[in-house]
Design a protein around this ligand. Sequence first.
Ligand code: ADP
Length: 180
Amino acid sequence: MAKKFVRAIFPGSFDPITNGHLDVISRAIKLFDELVIAVGRSPVKNQLFTPEERVQMIEEIIRQRRMKGVSVESFDGLTVEYAAKKKADVILRGLRSLTDVQYEFQLAMTNRAVAGIETVFIMTSEQYGFTSSTLIREVASLGGNLSNLIPENVYERLQQRFKKRTPSEGSRKAGSQTGG
Ligand code: ADP
């Protein structure tokens, strides 16, 4: 029997993409024929990069690492509608720890109930179990060294971004974030 072609979408804010996300992506490309990284355009609290900037950084990584079958796009509105438009077979989400499970479980159940689409979860490496875009934004705003947790182009972009602000402005803007 011919193997079915499987297309997955990996939706998220990716503000910015981290090595944790990339760890999940590198595992996922062994399982799926095509993977679309889908950057949500809906306004998020304390957004640091525009959707265009987030897409651009991910495009650079895909190109530099010659990731086959991986592409990136931004999308508006409901993930399940975007998944249907892309004719995706599954939604991919990453798991860091048990605390992610409760929220992700609800989200996956809702998406299956409303659109009949399955969600596949991939657990990240232990070394990225504590990495979140929120923390990256906060630590970067205070000038911390993040080179082990994010790709080089993201690190450079963060350094440029926070160089433009005074330290107090940077920490004020990024200091009260939650989630993501
Ligand atoms: P969202 O705001 O939709 O949660 P994120 O960009 O924060 O968007 O995350 C997208 C997906 O990647 C989510 O499934 C999230 O759990 C997962 N994720 C985030 N950080 C990591 C990490 N360090 N390791 C593995 N998965 C992660």
